[in-house]
Ligand binder design. Structure first.
Ligand code: DON
Length: 571
């Protein structure tokens, strides 16, 4: 059962009722109405305050990229478990003329990192070393990413985009029930990895919903970024504080690492799907490649005719997922370091070849090797936001510290959290990371290399008209959540809000299990899938998709994931 309380989001003009029936009784899709609708613009993020910041920037005449930058900084304040300036991410942009862009502000391994840095003298992975504390931190990319995005697509002056975040950090903001509970849950970790208790730890009692969280040191750091741009983070006082923090905790990042960091414009991965154009993030994210592979595989089958709850649809999707995640482990990594057979991976004939072993009457036998529990580090603590305007401009950003609150290290004096993205590398060939993902040479650690991601910020259009903007957190499950949300709308005719709320499932090749949220797999379907040889495991919740659909009449519909505090705000 999805435990988060499914709630009504009431924003004046919206009343959304999500009814999730008990496991096995089916999902009452018809109960979910359309999401927030608006004519001019839509912003959907993990937090109401961040969504409002985005809409305010658009109202002031900002571009969708301006809004995205302001949202990114606002989330670093109001959504500290994943919003960040000490992490990284990816931005996919569509201009109203149909041109598309992809910005990579993924973290890099520090210059002093090396391949075996998380192994003991016997060559075994040291548990937790890549996950917590100073050694887990990659060189942050967010601030340079925002600067580069602004240089190319900004319309409002830079300082205006930082102002809302600075105000929220210095004046404080009320904690939601979820954020308060999360901060309390990780209290010990904050105390363990910081010399002095950071502001995320309340000294007198546990946090409660409605408590005000003030982040004055973060406000000062944001002010430096506001005044000096890139230099306000990668040089000067902020850089000095970050490096001092690293030295206190035996971390690796130096001033040189910070100076050398560069966000990069990349070619987006563009694929056709049933007459639509799907634009997503290429390497160093695996998201766009795997999403394109999945779509190109299922395109050969009449899934819309079979139906959303038909066992053939589910079996096919699961079998496709197994195969593409195996490719991920073998081939994908940082394009600046590894040559990847992308043309081959995406070619129809290759994918048909991969599906030759697909049978309707049985699951391809699960690999005999099983791996550890990929969700030992379970979290939904990346964050995605989607922004679109009526002209067809759109931005999809997925950004992260990796785990909830990243490494838990808060830079003393500078007040921001550092990522634990180093865990996304393959610490040892074939040994699973926190998400149960395995990798080999292509994703081995090397200085300055970017760790392979699954983040999948995605935009869909058709015949030059914007259709959808979407993405989600969820580690390895990001790709399959985006995949399913796209099919929910394009093949199964759901509204954006229905598509986002609908229960999800996930297979990533290894471990050889299908994870599922209750609701889609009825007892009859479970029996059928098990008879085919699938091993099913129920999970609490998969992903937090925040998405926008442009309806045929031009109205924008927001789809905010009811699994979190996610909120759509329209204009
Ligand atoms: O880049 C990645 O694929 C991961 N660092 C994303 C982490 C994530 O989604 C955490 N939430 N579950």
């Amino acid at each position: 059962m999805i435990q988060q309380s499914w709630r009504s989001v009431v924003l004046g003009w919206l009343c959304l009722e999500v009814l999730l029936l008990l496991a096995g009784q089916g999902f009452a899709i018809a109960q979910v109405q359309r999401g927030v609708q608006a004519r001019r613009a839509m912003v959907v993020t993990a937090h109401l305050l961040a969504s409002q910041v985005g809409i305010d920037i658009l109202r002031q005449g900002g571009s969708v990229v301006d809004a995205a930058i302001a949202v990114q900084f606002a989330l670093a304040v109001v959504y500290p478990s994943a919003g960040n300036i000490g992490g990284g991410g990816f931005m996919v942009i569509r201009q109203q003329d149909g041109r598309v862009y992809a910005l990579d502000f993924r973290e890099t391994a520090p210059l002093r990192a090396h391949r075996d840095m998380y192994l003991d003298s016997l060559g075994n992975v040291i548990p937790g070393r890549s996950l917590y504390g100073h050694l887990a931190v990659g060189v942050p990319g967010t601030v340079d990413g925002m600067v580069k995005a602004h240089q190319r697509f900004g319309r409002l002056p830079w300082h205006r985009l930082l102002e809302p975040a600075i105000r929220l950090a210095s004046e404080g903001f009320p904690l939601t029930q979820r954020e308060a509970a999360k901060l309390n849950r990780f209290r010990e970790k904050f105390l363990q990895y910081n010399r002095k208790p950071p502001p995320y730890v309340r000294p007198d009692r546990p946090w409660k919903a409605g408590d005000t969280l003030r982040l004055p040191a973060l406000a000062v750091t944001l002010r430096r970024i506001q005044q000096e741009g890139r230099k306000g983070f990668y040089e000067g006082e902020t850089a000095r504080l970050l490096v001092a923090e690293m030295q206190r905790g035996n971390g690796l990042i130096t001033l040189e690492d910070l100076q050398q960091y560069e966000a990069r414009w990349r070619e987006p991965i563009v694929t056709a799907y049933r007459g639509y154009r799907v634009i997503s993030m290429g390497p160093p994210s695996s998201g766009g490649v795997l999403l394109a592979q999945l779509l190109r595989i299922v395109e050969d089958y009449p899934i819309a005719q079979w139906g959303w709850m038909d066992w053939r649809t589910l079996h096919l999707m699961i079998e496709a997922e197994k195969r593409v995640y195996a490719d991920r482990a073998r081939y994908l990594g940082d394009p600046d370091f590894v040559r990847m057979p992308l043309r081959g991976l995406l070619s129809k004939s290759y994918l048909r070849e991969r599906m030759r072993s697909f049978r309707f009457d049985r699951a391809t036998p699960p690999d005999s090797i099983t791996f550890g529990n990929p969700y030992r580090y379970e979290s939904e603590e990346t964050t995605h936001f989607s922004i679109a305007d009526s002209a067809g401009n759109a931005v999809a950003v997925t950004t992260t510290l990796n785990g909830p609150y990243g490494s838990f290290v808060v830079v003393e004096g500078a007040g921001f959290l550092l990522n634990n993205e180093m865990d996304d590398f393959s610490a040892k060939p074939g040994v699973p990371n926190a998400y149960g993902l395995i990798g080999y040479e292509a994703n081995a650690i090397a200085p300055r290399k970017r760790m392979l991601s699954s983040m999948t910020p995605t935009i869909v259009d058709r015949d030059s008209v914007l259709v959808m903007v979407l993405g989600t957190p969820g580690g390895s499950t990001i790709i399959t959540s985006v995949f399913q949300t796209i099919l929910n709308v394009l093949d199964f005719g759901m509204t954006m809000q229905q598509a986002v709320a609908a229960p999800r499932f996930h297979h990533q090749w290894r471990p050889p299990w299908v994870y599922y949220e209750p609701g889609r797999f009825t007892p009859a379907i479970r029996r059928k899938l098990e008879a085919l040889g699938h091993v099913l495991r129920q999970r609490r919740s998969i992903g937090r998709v925040d998405a926008i659909l442009r309806l045929p009449n031009g109205i924008l519909e927001g789809g905010a994931d009811p699994r979190g505090d996610d909120t759509a705000v329209g204009w």
